[in-house]
Write a protein that binds this ligand. Structure first.
Ligand code: OGA
Ligand code: MN
Length: 309
């Protein structure tokens, strides 16, 4: 068998794969997500996702909300939660499967400074993986670029399998026994949001997940961490915080990072069980950025059993 050349374009039966940050992150050409994808394209797409874990698929125009929901539903049971209701606001994208990640209000205007939704969305600028604060975790997220600002606003990724591989054996020792607590409220506060009251806190109890897990699609071990990680079961707070901060810093070193530069019409699909990601700043008081996300879960969840981020 010939060794694989990591940064070369390759043809599958149905599309072309171009590595963007070898050996992970790839751009796929030859699929248009505004059309139904074929059974063989789906099989090949899943295989590319298993290996590359972050994939961009470009279209001349972004898929409609309906097209977006249709193709991402092929990758797993879709999240159908509603965003938490913020008093006095209405939904801009009226589909429960789609999370509106824009800086725009229901009239399509840039949020004003006081809008609490803007502050909440800025928590996306912390390194995270989507929905680690639920027992039933997110697998794939699919983010579609409808309006892309002229500069900034890359989405950055790190490959948590490569991170695990790169940890020295002495540092790996014992980590596989640890269980991490993840809380939605932890990252809201870390991102500069207000402390929740007891009632708010009760609406989103924390979840527990192993710090190191097997990423089944690739058969590689990965660290599973996020800005939502707030403790380690059985450890005191300061010791847990120190380890989480150390591992987050290790995981987000430049050699692991792929920065996605958006083109309008791109759909970026990532595997939350093998990566962390973050939004990066842009002039969100001047330019519109319209991004819409669907999310697959490990298993289907009961209607009304969840919500965003
Ligand atoms: C997300 C997210 C980052 C971005 O949609 O889950 O974190 O760049 N987005 O918008
Ligand atoms: Mn996210």
């Amino acid at each position: 068998m010939r060794p694989e050349v990591p940064n070369k374009k390759r043809r599958t039966m149905t599309f072309t794969v171009e590595p963007m940050h070898p050996p992970y992150a790839a751009r796929i050409t030859g699929i248009d997500l505004r059309q139904p994808i074929s059974a063989s394209q789906l099989v090949e797409l899943k295989a590319v996702l298993a290996k590359h874990v972050v994939c961009a698929i470009g279209q001349d125009e972004p898929p409609t909300n309906e097209q977006h929901i249709a193709f991402s539903g092929l990758l797993g049971p879709l999240e159908r939660g509603k965003s938490p209701k913020i008093a006095g606001t209405a939904e801009r994208v009226p589909h429960p499967e789609i999370i509106d990640q824009s800086n725009m209000d229901e009239a399509g205007e840039i949020y004003d400074d006081q809008d609490r939704r803007l502050a909440y969305k800025r928590a996306n600028r912390l390194w995270h993986t989507d929905m680690s604060f639920y027992d039933i975790r997110a697998t794939y997220s699919a983010l579609a670029g409808h309006i892309v600002p002229p500069s900034g606003a890359d989405t950055e990724f790190t490959d948590m399998r490569a991170v695990w591989d790169a940890l020295p054996a002495s540092r790996k020792a014992g980590l596989e026994d640890l269980v991490v607590e993840h809380s939605y409220w932890h990252s809201r506060v870390l991102g500069g949001g207000p402390e929740p009251n007891a009632e708010e806190r009760a609406t989103r109890p924390p979840a527990h997940h192993k710090l190191v897990h097997m990423h089944a699609p690739s058969g590689r071990k990965a660290l599973y961490l996020a800005s939502h990680a707030c403790g380690i079961v059985g450890w005191d707070k300061s010791k847990a915080t120190a380890l989480i901060e150390e591992l987050m810093a290790f995981a987000t070193q430049p050699q692991f990072i792929y920065a996605h530069k958006w083109r309008r019409g791109d759909v970026l699909i990532w595997d939350n069980l093998a990566t962390m990601h973050r939004a990066t700043p842009f002039d969100d008081r001047t330019f519109k950025r319209d991004m819409r996300r669907t999310t697959c879960r490990e298993r289907a969840i009961a209607q009304g059993g969840s919500s965003i981020a």
